[in-house]
Ligand binder design. Structure first.
Ligand code: PLP
Length: 388
């Protein structure tokens, strides 16, 4: 790796990321290359972002055409890529309206604002509590850190936003115990990603949705990591047979450009009025051109292919002697290892040309959704040696 890049980065970029010793300079599909031309097989998608892999030619074309036509206008005016993307997302998911922003944390902030305003309009003040789940992850802003159900994130940046309470995942009694009349919403990831790639139980989600509906409490699904085909459905909530009141998206939606989205049903799509929410870059034409290409590509046939490849990959992974269990849904995969340490395996993987992630004590795989069977076989052959 070019020494100067590492040194310059270390000197001038704030020291908030523990970077691996790797500088990726180009990529295509599931493969990328470092400065020395060494090839890597990518099972990380830039943490779930590159849903179509590196530099998909159709995506590049859509983005490039838009760059050359119109870069930005502001939200004071209408723009076709934004309107088209909103229509496609609503029609594909069954939601009524969408708000566009720039990241997952921001999408969750928007959802929290909608939930509190919905309750304020209907019930007045003091019905503002949001229940989230222990071990969840909802972002890094002061409010979404507070929403995150892990003590380790509730440090240094006091005072955190008030009004969050944490229930145990898959324990409906734990949720009921927190329902004291001050609750306006429940927010959950269908598969806890950063928390260790743990899918919620179907019974729990069904009961949770019923409980919310009965008490006019909004159900917010944080699909920042699980959304846009990652689990083999456009939204992971489809696996559970529910359509939450609000779903947040980010990561894979833009295919490599920063975007977040808050999808709301008819109950709460009109809650935010003029000047109650906004962001300069939200719905930017270039970003939306990329997202339009992604959403067009991830059609029913594409999703079926994701489900089949995921089944194939998972069947192979459970057979590795060092793998104790395989968790998650679709191409959101967690590997609990018997003896080896996940972070060491990921470091060794990079040396052997395989890029993976960790989630808590697990190895986490978020391959591009376009991964081929050949690449899965290649990944398995490297992993088999790594875990031998
Ligand atoms: C479930 C979930 N929510 C929110 C976030 C925050 O997204 P962002 O980093 O885009 O703000 C993440 C990021 O990992 C996530 O996995």
């Amino acid at each position: 790796m070019a020494k100067s890049v590492k040194e310059t980065d270390k000197k001038y970029v704030m020291n908030t990321y523990n970077r691996y010793d790797l500088e990726i300079v180009e990529g295509m599909g599931c493969n990328c290359y470092d400065v020395d031309g060494k090839e890597y097989l990518d099972l990380s998608s830039g943490i779930g972002v590159n849903s179509l892999g590196f530099c998909d030619m159709g995506w590049v074309d859509s983005v490039t055409q838009q760059v050359c036509k119109l870069n930005h206008t502001s939200n004071l005016y209408y723009s076709q890529p934004c309107a088209l993307l909103a229509e496609k997302l609503c029609k594909r998911t069954g939601y009524e309206k969408v708000f566009f922003c720039n990241s997952g944390a921001e999408a969750n902030e928007g959802a929290i604002k909608i939930a509190r305003k919905y309750s304020f309009d209907k019930y007045g003040r003091d019905r503002d509590k949001i229940i989230t789940l222990v071990n969840s992850f909802h972002g890094r802003t002061v409010t979404t850190l507070a929403a995150t159900g892990q003590d380790v994130f509730h440090n240094y940046f006091f005072p955190f936003t008030e009004g969050f309470a944490y229930a145990k995942a898959n324990d409906i009694e734990s949720v009921k115990n927190l329902m004291d009349g001050s609750v306006c919403a429940v927010m959950a990831e269908m598969v806890q990603g950063e928390g260790g790639v743990i899918a919620l139980d179907k019974d729990f989600v069904t009961q949770l949705k019923e409980l919310c509906d009965k008490n006019d409490i909004l159900f917010i699904a944080d699909e920042v990591q699980t959304g846009i085909g990652r689990t083999g459905e456009l939204l992971a909530s489809s696996h559970y047979g529910i359509l939450p009141d609000i779903t947040t998206l980010a990561k894979g939606l833009g295919g490599g450009l920063p975007i977040g989205a808050v999808l709301a049903n008819e109950k709460c799509s009109g809650v935010l009025g003029f000047s109650m929410h906004g962001t300069t870059f939200g719905g930017n034409p270039i970003v939306c051109a990329g997202a339009n290409y992604v959403i067009d590509t991830i059609d029913d046939a594409f999703l079926k292919d994701v489900r089949e490849k995921a089944r194939y990959f998972r069947e192979k992974l459970v057979e590795l002697p060092e793998v104790e269990s395989v968790s998650g849904l679709g191409l959101m995969i967690g590997l609990k290892l018997k003896n080896q340490i996940a972070s060491e395996v990921v470091k060794e993987g990079i040396k052997k040309g395989l890029i993976m992630l960790t989630a808590k004590d697990k190895v986490r795989l978020l391959p591009p959704l376009v991964i081929s069977y050949n690449d899965i076989d290649k990944a398995m052959s490297i992993l088999t040696k790594l875990l031998a």
